[in-house]
Design a protein around this ligand. Structure first.
Ligand SMILES: *Cc1c(COP(=O)(O)O)cnc(C)c1O
Length: 231
C-alpha cells in the first residue's frame, strides 16, 4: 500500500524535524508521481494526500484533467517555454525557473489567465554540467530582474536538486548553503518577493535536507518504488 510508504517518509521527516528542533508542520511532503499511473495518485488522494510532483508538463496536464479529487500538482522538472501553456493554470507552484526568458513566458501566460504564477528559482548549487538551474552568484540578480519586471509572476523561494551521492551526508553542505542563500536574500528585503519556501531533498537525501531547513521535500522512489522509463 502506497499510503504506508508515504506515512513512513512522513514519519522520517517528523523525526528529522525533532532532531533539530523544527516544527514538523513547516515541512510539506510532495509525492513525486512522475511516470506513475493516475491510479497511484488516486490511491493516495483517497487517503487525504494533497501534494503531487510531476516532471513533464503534458503529464501534469493529463493527470490534472483526469484526477477525481482536488489535489495539487507541482511542476518540479525543467520547463521549456513552449510548454508553459500546459501547466500555467494547473500547477500550484513551478519549482524550476532559471531564466528571465522562462519567467517572461510565464508572465505572458499567467496574464492571459488573469492569475499570478507562484515560482521558485532553481539553483544548480553544485554547478553540475548535467543540471538546469542558475549558479548561486546569479540568483540575486535574476530575482531582482524577475521581481521588478513581471506583475503576474511571484517568487516564493528557492529549489535545488542536489547531486546523486552514495552518502547523503555529502549533500549537507549544499543544503546548508541553500538555506544561507535563502536567508541572505530574505535579509535584502527585495520588493514583491517572499523567501519562505526551500524545495530540496529527494528519496536519497531528504532527511538531511529537512535537518538543514527544507520546507518542501520531493520524494518519488521511497513512496512509489522504482520508476520504469522504458514504457
Ligand atoms: C524525480 C524527481 C524527484 C524525486 O526523486 P526520487 O529520488 O525518486 O525521490 C524529485 N525532484 C525532482 C526535480 C525530480 O525530477
Amino acid at each position: 500500500m502506497l499510503i504506508e510508504n508515504y506515512n513512513k517518509v512522513r514519519h522520517e521527516i517528523d523525526e528529522a524535524c525533532k532532531r533539530v528542533g523544527r516544527d514538523p508542520s513547516e515541512v510539506t511532503l510532495i509525492a513525486v508521481s512522475k511516470t506513475k499511473p493516475l491510479e497511484c495518485i488516486e490511491e493516495l488522494a483517497a487517503e487525504g494526500v494533497m501534494e503531487f510532483g510531476e516532471n513533464k508538463p503534458q503529464e501534469l496536464k493529463s493527470k490534472y484533467e483526469n484526477v477525481s479529487r482536488p489535489v495539487h500538482f507541482h511542476q518540479i522538472g525543467h520547463l521549456q517555454t513552449n510548454k508553459v501553456k500546459y501547466i500555467i493554470d494547473k500547477a500550484v507552484l513551478i519549482h524550476s525557473v532559471d531564466s528571465v526568458h522562462l519567467a517572461e513566458t510565464i508572465e505572458k501566460e499567467a496574464a492571459k489567465h488573469g492569475i499570478t504564477a507562484e515560482i521558485l528559482i532553481e539553483v544548480n548549487y553544485a554547478e553540475e554540467e548535467s543540471k538546469f538551474g542558475v549558479k548561486k552568484e546569479e540568483v540575486i540578480p535574476l530575482i531582482k530582474e524577475i521581481s521588478s519586471s513581471f506583475e503576474h509572476v511571484h517568487i516564493t523561494g528557492l529549489m535545488t536538486i542536489a547531486p546523486f551521492v552514495a552518502n547523503p551526508e555529502e549533500n549537507r553542505g549544499i543544503f546548508k548553503g541553500m538555506h544561507e542563500l535563502l536567508l541572505d536574500i530574505k535579509s535584502q528585503n527585495i520588493d514583491n518577493i517572499d523567501m519562505s519556501v526551500l524545495s530540496m531533498g529527494m528519496t536519497n537525501d531528504y532527511k538531511v535536507a529537512v535537518e538543514e531547513g527544507a520546507t518542501l521535500v520531493r520524494v518519488g522512489t521511497a513512496i512509489f518504488g522504482e520508476r520504469d522509463y522504458s514504457i
